[in-house]
Design a protein around this ligand. Structure first.
Ligand SMILES: [Zn+2]
Ligand SMILES: [Zn+2]
Length: 344
């Protein structure tokens, strides 16, 4: 049994005293890998530090991208710095976290929106999946994602106007077909667990998955292409928003707050997420799941969130672990080395 913490911040100073221990405890708890998401001031050393933590440990990966809080600090120089980090380290497998945060409003909303769009385009160009942070900004987040991933105009308009007279470009055609195929699969596979688990997890499955959504954007040599555009991290939206994000091809990741007593609405959203689009995360040091709520969170605790969700979905914990691990590897194309202790 393996789990992956799809979103953590172990480069933070909260872990300076015991980072080695934290990584070791995660491994002992069955957390085979983790994705350390860089945040902070892109003109400081913050992102270099995030990547260096990933470089230091096996199976710790990194992402870089400017959080909506810091959108006001984004400029050409920041962008070059982050792209440079992507190019220099194989461990950087995603761009993020990016998005909109209207709860704190640390950066003006129009700036957040512009920087969000700009980073989406960079990620496309690099062939990297994105990690999205959206808080109290559901409508604008979905609007921007729909426009930027420009899948099908019909998604935005009343369904009737589907007949198109405009000839789509080749890349649009490819993207659309991928998406259609995907949403069909999504519907067909929804809760069809037999299907979902036919493919075994753990090993990467490269066959036929080299196409990104946006084949019009030539990725650079460092590309890690995924067929999904990314993940909605620490999902906190409505079931409707979850549905919209799934339609766009995104994975949905839940953090420890899904275990909180009062999180009924969040669990309503979890209900609409099919297992083959689900990820789990800690977002540590924040959002510690029950039963450790109140303590500093750490990657080992993702096990509690995963167990909670397995029970919630009424499936075996091992199945949830296996599928979410596979989902992570499919999305981030990460090379992880794990000894397979289970003979399948
Ligand atoms: Zn976040
Ligand atoms: Zn985060």
């Amino acid at each position: 049994m393996y789990l992956i913490d799809s979103h953590c911040h172990i480069d933070g100073s909260q872990f300076d005293e015991d980072r080695d221990e934290v990584v070791r405890r995660a491994k002992e708890a069955g957390v085979a890998a983790m994705l350390n998401v860089g945040t902070g001031d892109p003109h400081s050393d913050d992102f270099r530090r995030a990547v260096s933590v990933a470089e230091r440990y096996d199976n710790v990966f990194a992402s870089v991208g400017v959080h909506p809080h810091d959108a006001k600090l984004y400029d050409d120089r920041a962008e070059e710095h982050l792209i440079d980090l992507v190019k220099k380290s194989e461990k950087v497998v995603a761009w993020g976290e990016i998005g909109l945060d209207y709860y704190y409003d640390h950066s003006p909303r129009d700036v957040q929106q512009e920087v969000f769009r700009r980073q989406i385009r960079i990620a496309k160009r690099l062939g990297l999946p994105i990690i999205i942070h959206s808080r109290d900004a559901d409508d604008d987040t979905v609007k921007i994602l729909t426009e930027e991933y420009a899948v099908e105009p019909a998604l935005q308009k009343p369904a009737r106007s589907k007949g198109t007279s405009d000839r789509p470009t080749d890349s649009e055609v490819t993207g659309n077909e991928n998406l259609k195929a995907d949403s069909r699969k999504l519907k067909a596979d929804s809760w069809n667990l037999e299907n979902s688990f036919q493919q075994s997890a753990i090993s990467r499955q490269p066959e036929g998955e080299s196409q990104s959504f946006n084949t019009g954007h030539q990725p650079s040599a460092i590309s890690h292409q995924s067929k999904s555009p990314g993940v909605m991290h620490c999902f906190g939206g409505t079931p409707e928003m979850a549905g919209q994000c799934l339609e766009l091809g995104f994975y949905i990741s839940f953090a420890g707050n899904v275990t909180f007593k009062k999180a009924e609405e969040l669990r309503d959203a979890a209900r609409v997420v099919p297992l083959d689009r689900l990820l789990v995360e800690t977002d540590c040091p924040y959002l510690t799941p029950v039963p450790f709520r109140g303590k500093r969170n750490e990657p080992a605790y993702v096990v509690h969130t995963a167990r909670f969700l397995a029970e919630f979905y009424g499936i075996e914990f091992e199945k949830l672990a296996e599928q979410t691990t596979k989902n992570f590897l499919d999305l981030f194309r990460a090379n992880i080395a794990i000894e397979d202790t289970e003979s399948s």
